[in-house]
Design a protein around this ligand. Structure first.
Ligand SMILES: *[C@@H]1O[C@H](CO)[C@@H](O)[C@H](O)[C@H]1NC(C)=O
Ligand SMILES: *[C@@H]1O[C@H](CO)[C@@H](O)[C@H](O)[C@H]1NC(C)=O
Ligand SMILES: *[C@@H]1O[C@H](CO)[C@@H](O)[C@H](O)[C@H]1NC(C)=O
Length: 215
């Protein structure tokens, strides 16, 4: 009987020790994950003007496009180093088109790389020349694709490079302006639960989940 009690006590002590060890490990992991967690910048098209589509202007010779892009670093305490940003504008389709959908690149330009502090946002407003055709009869759908690489600045070090490859369709009216007044968010083609996070962070999340489930 007493034998049994002793065994039981040491078993409890061992369990407690083990439990606090795992808990400490878990809290450390949680803390590390919270401080290393990064989210990609939120990129959006704020404004577009295509004079060639402006019916009132009645000038088809004007072959430029104006694009206003917003770059938003929502990280609380991480800066972002942007590589050179490549932007491609495509003519996608006529609204209510009878012809099959097209996808014709009409312009590409670059924005020089730069550093953006945490919780900062900035705009890049550019006029660029178009090549190839512009549709000149009213409402149309365009597409903007943006490609770059970014590194996060966490305290004194830089993370490895993350590829950013995002895009969005938007409608342009016969006044030559974006139909949707709100910003149009540029999105990645491959959305994922941890798309904004490094694999290391995902591993930590997995570990924490494991702890929550089993302890
Ligand atoms: C379209 O052209 C007209 C005539 O020049 C001009 O008044 C108007 O502001 C232009 N539309 C836009 C959206 O700029
Ligand atoms: C776009 O605008 C940025 C400043 O907002 C400028 O640094 C850059 O050179 C411009 N790019 C082109 C192709 O005009
Ligand atoms: C942007 O374009 C330049 C020149 O074409 C290329 O060297 C670079 O790799 C491109 N960047 C990305 C992220 O695709």
């Amino acid at each position: 009987m007493s034998d049994y009690n002793t065994q039981n006590n040491s078993g409890t002590a061992c369990f407690r020790c083990c439990f606090s060890f795992v808990l400490t490990l878990g809290l450390t992991a949680l803390f590390m994950w919270l401080s290393l967690r990064t989210s990609n910048p939120v990129l959006s098209i704020q404004d577009v003007y295509i004079p060639a589509l402006n019916k009132t202007l009645n000038s088809t010779s004007y072959q430029s496009i104006y694009l206003d892009i917003k770059l938003d670093n929502e990280n609380k305490d991480k800066g972002i180093y942007y590589d050179q940003i490549n932007i491609t504008i495509r003519y996608h389709d006529q609204i209510n088109a009878t012809k099959p959908s097209q996808n014709i690149p009409i312009s590409n330009y670059t924005i020089p790389g730069f550093y953006q502090g945490h919780k900062k946002h900035t705009r890049r407003k550019n006029w660029t020349d178009t090549h190839g055709l512009l549709p000149l009869d009213g409402m149309a759908i365009f597409r903007v694709d943006l490609m770059t690489g970014i590194r996060f600045k966490i305290l004194f070090w830089k993370t490895k490079k993350h590829r950013i490859n995002v895009g969005a369709d938007f409608e342009v009216s016969d006044k030559g302006q974006k139909v949707q007044k709100k910003g149009t968010r540029l999105k990645s083609g491959v959305p994922g639960l941890f798309s904004g996070h490094s694999p290391g962070a995902s591993l930590l999340v997995g570990f924490i989940t494991f702890e929550l489930v089993f302890f």
